[in-house]
Design a protein around this ligand. Structure first.
Ligand code: DGL
Length: 266
């Protein structure tokens, strides 16, 4: 089992930020990434639909022999993590718990902001995870649905993106948050812009990095790490539009994506 790959999935391209963080932290591990590009976005969809899609992907990844599944999508983690854990023969890790833990550790005045898709924010999953660890913390949440298409367009640092970000974040700034959780796969690419908008006094929490750290811990604790010197490979699988996945995805993962397979689910 130690030689088996880590399964990673997302609604589409965004989970490649989590994949990048896993590569950086665990260069000796192989991965299979599934991006549900046929059915993206998950953000505005109902919890039931997101759960159904997520369970289908889990089943496919388990069929590929993965040793662990990382739910790189915040929306899927918010709506489906429990169902996935109940259905999976291998450990399943989401992005919300690690991000929440980091926010609790980072906050200085006890006021944490969370931004994410409409589904993630409506689920209150981050608020619950943060307050489960520290009930006195105030958690202010804002859905920022327009940021996903702007990032997919490659507009990481354009005036239009900054304008939209300011509109969303002004209420959070007015409430005096000292920490901001980037609760969506796409937001790590906006870190410089969001840092500028929020100012240096606000700590930005990147769920991708925190999740990679949690994956590393889980591999050690469960004795599932690949042995040194094992061959390393990375497979990319999408449910549609492979050329766009490779083109846009290269920016997310920070390297050229030479090929991706297409597998239709559902
Ligand atoms: N991957 C999603 C998330 O992290 C963002 C894109 C979508 O709405 O599917 O919530």
């Amino acid at each position: 089992m130690n030689r088996a790959p880590i399964g990673i999935f997302d609604s589409g391209i965004g989970g490649l930020t989590v994949t990048r963080a896993i590569y950086d932290r665990l260069p000796g591990e192989s991965t299979i990434y599934f991006g549900d590009t046929a059915r993206v976005p998950y953000g505005p969809k109902s919890p039931e639909t997101v759960r159904r899609y997520s369970l289908e992907i889990l089943q496919w990844l388990v069929g590929q022999g993965v040793k662990l599944v990382v739910v790189a999508c915040n929306t899927s983690t918010a709506h489906a993590l429990e169902a996935l854990r109940g259905a999976s023969p291998v450990p399943v890790l989401g992005v919300i718990e690690p991000g929440a833990r980091a926010a609790v550790a980072a906050t200085s005045r006890g006021s944490v902001g969370v931004i994410g898709t409409a589904g993630t924010i409506a689920s209150n999953a981050y608020r619950r995870a943060i307050q489960a660890q520290s009930p006195a913390l105030v958690v202010e949440q804002v859905a920022c649905p327009l940021l996903v298409p702007l990032v997919e367009e490659g507009w990481f640092d354009r005036p239009a993106t900054e304008l939209v970000a300011r509109e969303y974040l002004t209420p959070l700034m007015a409430r005096g948050i000292d920490t901001l959780v980037l609760g969506c796969t796409h937001y790590p690419l906006l870190k410089p812009l969001l840092g500028r908008v929020m100012g240096p006094q606000v700590r930005l929490i990147d769920s991708a990095e925190e999740t990679a750290r949690a994956v590393a811990e889980l591999l050690v604790d469960s004795d599932l790490s690949a042995s040194p010197g094992s061959p390393v490979y990375h497979r990319f699988v999408v449910s549609d539009d492979e050329p766009r996945f490779r083109q846009v995805g290269s920016r997310f993962i920070g390297e050229t994506l030479a090929s991706a397979e297409v597998v239709a689910l559902g």
